[in-house]
Design a protein around this ligand. Sequence first.
Ligand code: SF4
Ligand code: MG
Length: 332
Amino acid sequence: NHTLLEVKELKKYFHLEKGKTLKAVDGISFDIYKGETFGLVGESGCGKSTTGRTIIGLYDRTEGEVLYDGKNVHRFSEKEKQSFYRNMQMIFQDPYASLNPRSTVREIIAEPMEANNLFKDKRKQMERIYQLLEDVGLNRDHANRYPHEFSGGQRQRIGIARALALDPDFIIADEPISALDVSVQAQIVNLLTKLQKEKGLTFLFIAHDLSMVKHISNRIGVMYLGHIVELTESKELYKKPLHPYTQALLSAIPIPDPDVEDSRERMIIQGEIPSPINPPTGCVFRTRCPAAMEACATHKPKWQEVEEKHFVACHLYDKEITKEHDEVAVTK
Ligand code: SF4
Ligand code: MG
């Protein structure tokens, strides 16, 4: 596996009034392999969008490193930066808000090309735009229309065409289907999968719901309050979730097959996500965790590879902590 993106101990803090600090992303690490889809999942406010925006440079990082193809992006020269930003593009949750309502589809897709002086020949540029429209399941007749003339799903296709305009290698998709009708969601997921195969794309796919990333992701990281609490291959995560938060998220997804009796116990996550301005001590999940122990209030759980390629940050899997505190793991 060729590692395309490395995120190391990344932190993004926002400094608020009265000396308060919002710890949106608080020291997360993960790798993304070339050609894979990495799903980043968590409830709203967990820091997943901030993670995407910090990686792509829309926010300055507070601490930590991002490496792209082995190179530290924070040390890029101007020229390297330009090519990095061409290679990395973003698809947004709300296609309508991200498209200029006064621009035609042609102008929307042409904009990044013109900003990068991609074509001297306008006819070649137009051909490229037609090709992109076709790639995303639209056609050349759509080029002179305006965003409001399209449905939500079609608008997301326009957003995808624009993201592809510079022929990127890496795409950050920030909840690209959350705002769409359920019937349209699968079509957009299928389109993204098709494009990934055709163009060899690598995806960071951000979602608030595990069921949305299940089929598209090779690996998944689960985020909670600025931390990644579990990370493993998609299949493994569904089969054997280790972190109590992942277990709760999964138990909330209904089993789609009506012939299979759903005998699983529903785990309801109690209470609200605490404020990232004043996060709990020790484990950030402890105020809502059904398995919380004494040690959870005093010790920050270590990020450990407890099984091959299966990482989790939870004291239940830390033999030293459970021994030291003589407490039994409850939810295994
Ligand atoms: Fe729950 Fe403790 Fe594990 Fe945190 S470390 S998830 S509070 S058991
Ligand atoms: Mg978000």
